[in-house]
Design a protein around this ligand. Structure first.
Ligand SMILES: [Zn+2]
Ligand SMILES: [Zn+2]
Length: 107
C-alpha cells in the first residue's frame, strides 16, 4: 500500500527529531540578543545594560536562511528561540526558527 506523507506530518517528524537530537523538553520564542546593545543574553539578561530579555517583545524577522529546527528552505518569518535541555542541564538558544516550529512547540 502506498502511504502518502502529508507535508505537516513530515514537519512534525522533523520537529520531533530535532527535539530528541538536542534533548529539549520545550522550545519557545525569545530574544537571543539585546536589541539595544546587540549582545547575546546571558541567563536571560543583557550583560551590558542588565535588562531582562522579557522586557523586549519577541518579534519575527524575515529571512531566507533555512529554519534551524526543521530545515525548511522557504523564506519566511523567523524567530529566535530557546529551550531547556534536560539531558544537558542547560538552556539552549537557537537563531532562526520558523513559525511552524514555534507553533508545533506550543502544542
Ligand atoms: Zn542591553
Ligand atoms: Zn521550522
Amino acid at each position: 500500500m502506498l502511504t502518502v506523507t502529508k507535508p505537516n506530518e513530515d514537519h512534525e517528524r522533523r520537529f520531533r527529531e530535532f527535539m530528541e537530537r538536542e534533548g529539549l523538553s520545550n522550545l519557545s520564542a525569545s530574544r537571543y540578543k539585546c536589541p539595544d546593545c546587540a549582545e547575546p543574553f546571558v541567563c536571560s539578561a543583557c550583560p551590558r545594560c542588565g535588562k531582562d530579555s522579557g522586557e523586549f517583545p519577541v518579534e519575527p524577522y524575515f529571512s531566507w536562511s533555512p529554519c534551524v529546527v526543521c530545515g525548511c528552505l522557504e523564506g519566511g518569518d523567523r524567530y529566535d528561540g530557546n529551550g531547556w535541555s534536560e539531558r544537558d542541564q542547560c538552556i539552549k538558544e537557537y537563531e532562526g526558527v520558523c513559525q511552524d516550529c514555534i507553533e508545533a512547540a506550543q502544542c
